[in-house]
Write a protein that binds this ligand. Structure first.
Ligand code: GAR
Length: 210
């Protein structure tokens, strides 16, 4: 099982979905630790309650972004992490950190990339009147919300949806999608190669192999 660390900033509902998926001994990733850049992130308590080591590495305790990234990298080394999962980690990681971990670091974004990079995705989708929205898991590259796509889930935008309605519908899809995407990466069935996602080892009931 691939040793996997989760980086969070807040609630940690995606983190919890991943911890639950990984509680199955047949799941190919094991969640070995959770790191938050916010000391008061509710997700830290959720992880600890599930027996997963959780720690805060607060940005305010470091003189600059580089030193903060390095502290996180050191903690990941101590955990023996092989894969990093960003789950509501609301800070942009620096280029040297991302390049070191490239191909082994993934993120979930609450939109169908490449549409709606950045923040307030649900509000912007509603304002545009799109009828389909969703979420994306992708490899992290130095450019924000820009890395190769691993998996996506679409949800309908329903007439009369509020931002909260749409947020909740997408979040439910995120909780299903992220464990599927991490499984692909942990099994080596989705790999980052030359700036693209290379897929292999699919059977006919997942995706066509021919
Ligand atoms: C999720 O919707 C995630 O997609 C989003 O933050 C939420 C975190 O919720 N991430 C981003 O916006 C990244 N820029 P959670 O803490 O309950 O998983």
């Amino acid at each position: 099982r691939k040793r996997t660390a989760v980086l969070i900033s807040g609630r940690g509902s995606n983190m919890t979905a991943l911890i639950e998926a990984a509680s199955d001994p047949d799941y190919p990733a094991e969640i070995v630790g959770v790191i938050s850049d916010k000391a008061n992130a509710p997700g830290l308590g959720m992880a600890a309650a599930r027996g997963v080591p959780a720690q805060a590495i607060a940005r305010s305790d470091y003189p600059d972004k580089q030193a903060h990234d390095e502290a996180i990298d050191t903690a990941l080394g101590a955990l023996g992490a092989e894969i990093i999962v960003l789950a509501g980690y609301m800070r942009i990681l620096g280029r040297s950190f991302v390049e070191k971990w490239q191909g082994r670091i993934i993120n979930i974004h609450p939109a169908l990339l490449p549409s709606y990079k950045g923040l307030d995705t649900h509000k912007r989708a509603l304002a545009d009147g799109v009828r389909i929205h969703g979420c994306t898991v992708h490899f992290v590259t130095p450019a924000m919300d820009d890395g190769p796509i691993i998996a996506q889930a679409a949800v309908p935008v329903l007439v009369g949806d509020s931002e909260d309605d749409l947020t909740a519908r997408v979040l439910k899809a995120e909780h299903r999608l992220y464990p599927v995407a991490l499984k692909l990466v942990a099994e080596g069935k989705a790999r980052m190669e030359a700036g693209r996602t290379a897929f292999s080892g699919f059977t006919e009931d997942s995706d066509k192999s021919e």
